[in-house]
Design a protein around this ligand. Sequence first.
Ligand code: G
Ligand code: G
Ligand code: MN
Ligand code: NA
Length: 254
Amino acid sequence: VELESEAREALRGNQFSLALQPQIDMHSGKLMGFEALLRWYHPKKGHISPGDFIPLLENTSFMLELDYWVITRSTHLVRELKNSGYPDIKVAINLSAGQFLDPSLPEFLQHQIIKNDIAPDQVCLELTETVLVSDIKRATEIMQTIRDMGCMLAIDDFGTGYSSLSYLKSLPADYIKVDRSFVANIANSADDRNIVHSTISMVRNMGMQVVAEGIETNEQYELLCHFDCHQGQGYLISRPIPEVNLWDTLSDKV
Ligand code: G
Ligand code: G
Ligand code: MN
Ligand code: NA
């Protein structure tokens, strides 16, 4: 409760920002988009990790407000990228369970897309398996609504939850993000290598694409390429880039 009022204060005081982690096409190396990651810089406590504050805010009314701020900020960033000569870059936004089930989400998203004059498929929403299993029927309906608008959907942290393969088959998703705990061990664990390889084949056969998370070594990158993984992100490619440094980084790299 104390954290909630502190976080409200922080949003008003501009203590929240985004860090953008590049997502690339594994084969060409081309920059496809960025995952937007929330950052809180507290004037006294310094950086507070989302892993620490998001779970604590998750059941507060403020979490929704913060989530909508992330959407507003991320869609505006896509507009700024278009203005700066990067017309096709996508942004991937992490959604909390509360926001995904919030009835005003589709309309809010639609409004931001129109306001910024960006293409709906430049916005990808990342959902975790926990969000989905809470109410799979309702979740599937909302996913369908969002996809009908033309936005993209990704299943985040894939493999860490309890989802079954039959449920994967019925989900209207575009991307499956293989959790970094599997990627971390593909070079030294035959089991994890097999899991990742067969997940990629299966997802591909279902008409979806795989994004590998947490790529840290060349060996991991090469294995994933060899398995025909579509996209990847991780420290090897780039750490999340603070929004204020994004423009310098882009002009250096592209
Ligand atoms: O950036 P970092 O690795 O510290 O993120 C930790 C966790 O916080 C990750 O699971 C990530 O998905 C989550 N996260 C980061 N940014 C956001 C956000 O804007 N909204 C939500 N709901 N979760 C986020
Ligand atoms: O749960 P989610 O996948 O949204 O979490 C993303 C988090 O993972 C971000 O907070 C980011 O800082 C972190 N991350 C991104 N790339 C890597 C990586 O290569 N290695 C590790 N250990 N963490 C990463
Ligand atoms: Mn994510
Ligand atoms: Na993840």
